[in-house]
Design a protein around this ligand. Structure first.
Ligand SMILES: [Zn+2]
Length: 336
């Protein structure tokens, strides 16, 4: 291991963009399919991994939804979530804000209460065992209509003590933030935080819409903001945190290769960039792998890498004391 690899391995990390259903390793998927008496989406782990060779967001989403079909009871959601937390702990993740897609489960007959029981039980266990604090953020599926999102939101209110905010994910093109203005009005009215995927495959204008029409406090991805200098200027001025997912961007051809990834330029431009994994087994790596890939391709120094953890701490939905403790932990590690 090089000195830089060792630095990255032990750097305290905060992850703000990870979809729990997208952390499904093929081994666990096949094991849960077997115990539920279901036909596995893939005949073997090798064939599952080979199938993860998609070249755009929709091709990925087709596999992502096929995989989560094997999740039926609370134990399944528990095992999925705990497996992610074990990997995150190995990567020195100290705090994680985790997305899930309620409509993708209720739409196939799995009750929201079942999903919540499994995920929240695992989050509590993960905090006890690994000391990882977490927040949970349901995302509305943007390819469904706003009435469906509204029904999802109302159902989530029964679980509000375990939910810190709401987001917007899935197929971006043709589904602008404006489609969900009304439901996010309700989200804000009820006092929840707002995040939204924008500027991944969709244009920079979607980033502006997410801020103006939805009241988004963080932008998930946001790399396409770099196409529009006015949008970049605004994000810098307002200090909006962007949850960038480098390996995901390469795999989904949002960028041509890691050497061409704008994350270094985004940092230089003063954007509050963070590094996240999105859907790790599908895109080739967890948060540590993302840090390593960026460092190897772009040669970012320790200050830049630590700055991205500090940005994530600034963008986390936690109280001032918690934020100060996390910043101090990173400073103690870097000697800053
Ligand atoms: Zn995402």
């Amino acid at each position: 291991m090089t000195e830089m690899e060792a630095f990255i391995a032990d750097l305290p990390k905060v992850e703000l963009h990870v979809h729990i259903e997208g952390t499904f390793e093929p081994e666990l998927m096949l094991a849960i399919a077997a115990r539920n008496g279901l036909a596995a989406p893939f005949p073997s782990v090798e064939e599952a991994r080979a199938a993860y060779a998609f070249d755009d967001l929709q091709a990925f989403l087709d596999l992502y939804y096929a995989g989560m079909n094997v999740l039926l009871d609370a134990r399944d959601f528990h095992d999925l979530t705990l497996a992610y937390l074990e990997r995150a702990h190995a990567d020195k993740v100290r705090h994680a804000e985790i997305f899930f897609d309620p409509q993708a489960h209720t739409g196939r007959g799995v009750a929201l209460a079942t999903v919540m029981e499994g995920i929240c039980g695992a989050l509590a266990e993960g905090e006890r065992r690994f000391g990882i604090t977490t927040r949970l953020i349901p995302n509305f599926l943007r390819d469904l209509d706003e009435d469906s999102a509204m029904a999802c939101f109302e159902a989530c209110l029964a679980h509000r003590q375990n939910i810190c905010g709401f987001g917007l994910d899935s197929a971006e093109r043709g589904h602008p933030p404006s489609k969900f203005e009304r439901v996010f009005g309700r989200v804000r009215q009820e006092g929840f935080h707002v995040v939204a995927h924008a500027g991944e495959e969709g244009p920079a204008a979607y980033v502006s819409e997410a801020l103006d029409l939805l009241g988004a406090e963080r932008i998930d991805h946001g790399v396409r903001a770099m196409d529009d200098e006015a949008v970049v200027g605004r994000l810098v001025r307002e200090g909006v945190v962007l949850t960038v997912c480098p390996l995901s961007n390469v795999r989904l051809r949002v960028v041509s290769d890691m050497a061409g990834h704008p994350i270094g330029r985004m940092l230089e431009r003063g954007l509050k960039v963070t590094i996240n994994s999105d859907d790790p087994p599908y895109f080739g790596g967890y948060i540590g792998d993302n840090f390593r890939a960026v460092e190897q391709a772009l040669g970012l120094d320790r200050t830049a890498l630590a700055a991205m953890t500090h940005n994530a701490i600034d963008g986390a939905f936690i109280d001032a004391g918690h934020r100060a403790r996390l910043h101090a932990e990173v400073d103690a590690y870097t000697g800053g």
